[in-house]
Design a protein. Structure first.
Length: 180
């Protein structure tokens, strides 16, 4: 079970990277794109009307979701608190259902695919799958927790390094409007 929870945290980190890249594109690249630009593919998805919750990029909501999953997964691994497990299952379930809707929008409505959006959808699906598997195997509380003084610094360092990687990615992506 500990390996599954470590996998949960790692998958949440991958989702974080995808969401961080998308959020950065919204904040730094999209404002540089001319208003009349014809954007194909992924940029069509990223700039669509469905990419926002009011003025907030949906990617930023996803970034908050993944940071929460990283933190809760780390808390779960270091405490095995059953309350954390009870919180995670419905939250990842809602994330999974939302991802299904976003994939539908890409395939059925927008007619274009955003690879980072699909990476996020895959991460959310895997998180929910791990949660379901652990729940139906009797929960994670049956195994001892890992030492918090080792888990938290490791997760924090990995998350920061992945954040730097996500920001570096902006310099190599073929973004329109000279944003890269």
């Amino acid at each position: 079970m500990n390996r599954l929870i470590i996998g949960f945290i790692a998958v949440a980190m991958l989702g974080w990277v995808a969401s961080a890249i998308l959020t950065a594109i919204h904040f730094w690249a999209i404002p540089l794109i001319p208003a009349d630009a014809n954007l194909p593919g992924a940029m069509q998805v990223i700039t669509s009307q469905w990419a926002y919750v009011g003025p907030v990029p949906l990617a930023a909501v996803g970034a908050v979701y993944y940071i929460a999953m990283i933190a809760l997964g780390t808390l779960w691994l270091s405490t095995k608190n059953p309350t954390v497990e009870k919180i995670l299952l419905p939250v990842t379930g809602i994330g999974f259902l939302a991802s299904l809707g976003f994939v539908y929008l890409q395939l059925g409505v927008i007619g274009a695919i955003c690879p980072f959006c699909m990476m996020s959808a895959a991460a959310t699906t895997i998180l929910f799958g791990i949660e379901l598997y652990i729940k139906f195997r009797g929960g994670a509380a049956q195994l001892p927790s890992l030492e918090a003084s080792k888990v938290w610094p490791t997760v924090f360092t990995a998350t920061m390094l992945l954040t730097i990687f996500a920001m570096w990615t902006l310099t190599v992506l073929p973004l329109p409007g000279g944003a890269a």
